[in-house]
Design a protein around this ligand. Structure first.
Ligand code: PDD
Length: 277
């Protein structure tokens, strides 16, 4: 497949970067993942705005303007010939002699690739996901979509080791997010999520679900959610570019609510399907 590397389109096997790249040495970079349906990027503006926020947060400057990013995304999708696909965008601080401080006069490394998007199927949509709780051991700048993903990698492996699909992380007794998704809770008909803060990555689906809840007449409240409340949830669900919106039906080995996808999930899912159609 064809990827984008520092201004050129090259075959994946020909795309090479230095071992001194700071992404490799320090995890010093950021990324984003833009989903596309039938070749059409979904909520690209939101993703590119977040990419720009991540770059600004770690003080990496790129010459590319919004329209340049859009062109790369469209070019890669077009060249791939794929319908449903994911565009991965990564920017690192570039190649320099190993020194923790920012190097001067170094160009960032810009890499983009596209891969097939295997959408969650009917089975998982109808039966839901299983999750276990764990302590959030990540740093305090989770709002940056950093390629330093060791905490997230260990969290996802914790799920695998426990034979479940995902985790729900808690910091100081309050829900933060999954290993690579946002978590939503329903209690007494109210949709709840942790507020936007440095403790979670604000998913592009966060704003989308706010809109879908409002359109469906579902009250939404962004506030800290305690571990005790999650134990008593009527519904739990998760969202991400790759998982879209999925119900969580097993939590720490016990059924969530009825053990089946709930009515609030069903309404939001209807809205999601309409939004991507
Ligand atoms: N992950 N929280 C974390 C820690 C994430 O990594 C992601 C996305 C989200 C959801 O964000 P969005 O709705 O914009 O996908 C929340 C992507 C898909 C990934 O790392 O592959």
């Amino acid at each position: 497949s064809i990827v984008y590397l520092n201004g050129d389109y090259v075959r994946l096997g020909d795309a090479k970067i230095s071992v001194l790249d700071r992404g490799f040495i320090f995890g010093d970079g950021i990324y984003d993942v833009v989903p596309a349906y039938e070749g059409k990027p979904f909520r690209m503006n939101g993703h590119l705005a977040r990419l720009e926020r991540s770059l600004a947060a770690i003080d990496i400057k790129v010459d590319l303007k919004r329209a340049d990013w859009e062109r790369i995304v469209h070019d890669l999708i077009g060249r791939s010939g794929l319908g449903d696909c994911m565009v991965y965008i990564q920017v690192t601080r570039g190649v320099a002699k190993r020194d923790h401080a920012f190097p001067k006069g170094v160009a960032p490394t810009i890499f983009c690739m596209v891969s097939p998007f295997v959408r969650p199927g009917a089975q998982v949509r109808e039966q839901g996901m299983s999750v276990v709780s764990m302590t959030d051991m990540r740093w305090l700048r989770c709002e940056i979509k950093s390629v330093s993903l060791l905490g997230n990698v260990l969290a996802k492996q914790h799920a695998v080791d426990n034979g479940v699909d995902e985790v729900i992380q808690f910091r100081d007794g309050y829900m933060s997010e999954g290993s690579s998704c946002n978590i939503w809770m329903v209690k007494d008909g109210v949709l709840l999520a942790p507020p936007r803060s440095n403790l979670i990555l604000e998913g592009i689906r966060y704003g989308l679900l706010e809109e879908l809840a409002e359109a469906a007449g579902i009250p939404f409240n962004a506030r800290p959610i305690s571990q005790q409340e999650v134990d008593q949830a009527d519904e739990l669900m998760l969202s991400s570019a790759t998982k879209e919106l999925l119900p969580i039906t097993t939590y720490n080995g016990k059924p969530v609510g009825s053990g089946k996808p709930g009515p609030v999930y069903a309404k939001l899912r209807e809205g999601y399907d309409r939004a991507i159609a």
